[in-house]
Design a protein around this ligand. Structure first.
Ligand SMILES: Cc1cc2nc3c(=O)[nH]c(=O)nc-3n(C[C@H](O)[C@H](O)[C@H](O)COP(=O)(O)O)c2cc1C
Length: 358
């Protein structure tokens, strides 16, 4: 079924992006989209934060907002999936339309504003998944955010840490969506130090599992902000960084009717910006904090570039919209060839190698 995507794509693209997404989720749930063949290679395996990643390619947050298609996604060949962003209370997000495609430039703009089913139902879905699947199927990260009306962000993040830690392999603190007013301000040094202090303390007080906490950042940070954040993440003992979320940039080459849409831009136009951010954060943190690289990945070369720049793992979303459900398998196959070409015995050997070569 999966290789038929090239025939299905023109039909899917006739439907508005959000309906197309709902159709895709339904197809995944019903099992219509089944993998043609599994691909695995020991070269791609990696252990990080005590978790076993069977390959470095993950699905990034926003695709499976309500934890509904965890197993089908992992069975497509992704080594991990990051579900959410979930907020404590259910919310509808912004008025529709709120997702826009520019297929020629491999780009998407979204201003969804965290529509999701809320923590109670999300937890039930995740609990059901855990009861029926072995952890070896793949790593499941949980991306947490705050409700739009919340005036005390830490309260929402701490609540979600307490509610979901038992089931999450790792937690991602999303402070970088451009679609929730004030959220990105949490990236400033004072608020960030305060927030992360409370979150790590909440995690330490848990009686059961204490999952690693990662922070997901925007690509639109000044050099000074990047320096401050790197220092804060290290001093707050955060476990990793996800670089990056969507950008507010609008490159000149985008057509005006697309470019004028409000929201976060993803896909090819954010690729180099996110790679530059990875390279800089690797330097600023002296390689002490594992980085998940995300932004504009659609080929093995794109993924490899992020790994060579300092990412230990990668994620993608927009690439799957344009390339289809075989994308993870194809990138993994391509990565094995690229590692072999460059004489690396494993994916770990290639991480940040771009920093050390001439
Ligand atoms: C439609 C859409 C919805 C998204 N929703 C979320 C979200 O809920 N939480 C989040 O952290 N990132 C979200 N993202 C950002 C992606 O996870 C990713 O960081 C960004 O799109 C860059 O990667 P890409 O170019 O591979 O899409 C969303 C992206 C898109 C396109």
């Amino acid at each position: 079924m999966l290789h038929l995507y090239k025939y299905a794509k023109p039909l899917i693209f006739k439907v508005d992006p959000e309906s197309a997404h709902q159709i895709t989720l339904r197809a995944l749930k019903t099992g219509i989209l089944r993998p043609c063949s599994g691909f695995s290679s020991d070269t791609l395996k990696q252990s990080l934060w005590g978790l076993e990643f069977k390959n470095p390619v993950g699905l990034s947050a926003g695709f499976d907002k309500n934890a509904e298609v965890i197993a089908p996604i992992l069975k497509l060949g992704f080594g991990s999936t990051e579900i959410g962003t979930v907020t404590p209370l259910p919310q509808n997000g912004n008025p529709k339309p709120r997702i826009f495609r520019d297929p020629e430039r491999g780009a998407v703009i979204n201003r969804l504003g965290f529509p999701n089913c809320g923590a109670v139902l999300f937890k039930k879905h995740l609990e059901d998944y855990r009861k029926t699947h072995d952890r070896s199927l793949g790593v499941v990260g949980v991306n947490i955010g705050m409700n739009k009306e919340q005036t005390d962000p830490a309260a929402d993040y701490c609540f979600l840490i307490k509610e979901l830690s038992e089931y999450a392999d790792y937690l991602t603190v999303n402070i970088s969506s451009p679609n929730t007013p004030g959220l990105r301000d949490l990236q400033e040094k004072g608020p960030l130090t305060d927030l992360l202090g409370k979150l790590t303390q909440t995690r330490e007080e848990l009686e059961g599992r204490k999952p690693p906490i990662l922070v997901k950042l925007a690509p639109d940070l000044t050099e000074k902000q990047q320096e401050d954040i790197a220092e804060t993440l290290l001093s707050c003992k955060i476990d990793g960084i996800i670089l990056s979320n969507t950008t507010l940039d609008r490159p000149d080459y985008l057509p005006p009717d697309f470019s004028d849409q409000k929201g976060g831009l993803s896909g090819l136009p954010v690729k180099d910006k996110s790679t530059a951010l990875i390279r800089n954060f690797y330097k600023l943190t002296k390689g002490k904090l594992p980085i998940i690289g995300v932004g504009g990945i659609s080929t093995a070369e794109d993924a490899y570039e992020k790994i060579k720049s300092g990412a230990s793992l990668v994620q993608l979303y927009t690439g799957m919209i344009y390339e289809g459900p075989l994308i993870a398998q194809n990138i993994n196959k391509g990565l094995v060839d690229l590692l072999e070409r460059d004489g690396h015995n494993s994916i770990s050997d290639a991480i940040a190698c771009g920093h050390f070569s001439a």
